[in-house]
Design a protein around this ligand. Structure first.
Ligand SMILES: Cc1ncc(COP(=O)(O)O)c(C=O)c1O
Length: 405
């Protein structure tokens, strides 16, 4: 997810515009800022690029999720159904609004298994939150149908899938709201930042106030603004928005390179019949930030990972099953409900219960999965070498496994 790989003069120019005026904050200072409004400009560009009616920038993807949940009215005691494979930020946001993360299994799409979602719905369920992991999409038709049937909110965590789409709609714009992260390793980066996208004016107005201490942004100055509700400071700065503005203009270029490199790598790996690939609910909508592939067993996958490590080519190939950040198996802090500030007894009990369920169906998927991050700067030779080294490691592990058996 490498926007930072193609950083250059365009980003410096946008940042310099802000440095020239010295107005680093997105609100107020109308005179001294001399017409420079980078955050507003980026929000307009986001709406245009992704086909969303409204966009509210935030300080991070995490705060975008928190903001979206608050604006959608999700709070104390509400259950949010979410996948066992995501980044920790997804459940952090749920906890921060007082809600309960209900983890359910993923399938070979690496996203929510719709059947598992259906089984997890209770009278407390308020929201289903698919996470479009590793650049690609959840089965949105199936999830939208469940939400419609049970009158649930669908919130998309699209933080990792900027530029991906599902049946012609951009990921992040399909549910009641959707979020992107613009942190340093995302498809386009602001260094730190995020956005909530929505087609609902009321949700947008709430996001606008919530990210800025509840200001209604209608006063003659900030001191004259009213506060129709309590908010927080999840503002982005003009410097960060300036970087994002240069990056969003390069998005088509990033996506085209990703697609080309993804296709070439997939062609090389396809030589090995034992390698299978992630199932895509809409094959045309993959943003191609990662190529995710499966091996027949956990044992063979571990042998491949060990061989890639021995060859010095493991960086960029992610075995999420052992990763401390992305998969429930290693989320001990969540499973033990370790927080600095006390949760309510009700929330704590529910979290412990939810996070300690049986995830063997997810294990069966994740223990066999490797995701290879697609680089923007790879030369054809480097790509070929990477692919061939992976193929060699897989062939070695397969032949050793057949000898042992
Ligand atoms: C799926 C997912 N959700 C949320 C986030 C949080 O984004 P941020 O790092 O901008 O807070 C990330 C970041 O990696 C993510 O991958």
């Amino acid at each position: 997810m490498p926007g930072f790989e193609l950083w250059g003069a365009e980003e410096r120019k946008e940042v310099n515009d802000v440095l020239e005026t010295g107005i680093l904050m997105r609100y107020g200072f109308d005179g001294p800022r001399k017409g420079i409004w980078k955050s507003k400009e980026l929000e307009e560009a986001i709406c245009k690029t992704f086909g969303s009616q409204y966009a509210q920038l935030t300080s991070s993807g995490t705060s975008a999720l928190t903001t979206a949940m608050a604006a959608l009215g999700i709070g104390a005691g509400d259950e949010i159904i979410m996948p066992s494979f995501t980044f920790v930020a997804s459940f952090e946001a749920v906890l921060s609004v007082g809600a309960i993360p209900v983890m359910v299994d993923v399938d070979d799409t690496l996203t929510l298994n719709p059947e598992a979602v259906r089984k997890a719905v209770t009278s407390k369920t308020k929201c289903v939150m698919p996470v479009h992991m590793c650049g690609s999409m959840a089965d949105m038709d199936a999830l939208l149908a469940i939400c419609k049937e049970h009158n649930l909110i669908l919130l998309e965590d699209a933080c990792q899938s900027i530029g991906g789409s599902y049946k012609g709609k951009m990921l992040g714009t399909i549910g009641a709201a959707g979020t992107f992260s613009f942190d340093f390793v995302k498809t386009i980066t602001c260094a730190e930042g995020g956005v909530v996208m929505t087609n609902c004016e009321d949700v947008y107005i709430k996001c606008d106030g919530y990210t800025d201490h509840g200001h209604d942004h209608k006063g003659a100055d900030r001191g004259a603004d009213l506060h129709p509700f309590i908010g927080y400071n999840f503002r982005i700065s003009e410097l960060h928005a300036a970087v994002g503005l240069a990056q969003i203009r390069k998005l088509d270029k990033f996506l085209a390179i990703q697609k080309k490199n993804h296709t070439a790598l997939k062609n090389i790996l396809s030589q090995v019949p034992e390698i299978s690939f992630r199932r895509l609910p809409d094959p045309n909508g993959d943003s191609c930030t990662f190529l995710s592939w499966f091996l027949p067993t956990e044992e063979i996958t571990r042998a491949v990972v060990a061989e890639l490590k021995a060859q010095g080519v493991l960086p960029g190939n992610f075995y999420w099953f052992d990763n401390n950040w992305h998969y429930i198996r290693k989320w001990d802090h969540l499973k033990q409900s370790i927080t600095l500030n006390a949760l309510s007894e009700e929330q704590k009990t529910a979290v412990l219960q939810q996070a300690n369920k049986d995830f063997s169906a997810s294990d069966a998927i994740m223990s066999r999965c490797i995701s290879t991050a697609i680089g923007l700067l790879w030369t054809d030779e480097q790509l070929k070498e990477k692919g061939e080294k992976i193929v060699a490691a897989v062939k070695k592990a397969l032949s050793e496994a057949s000898v042992t058996n």
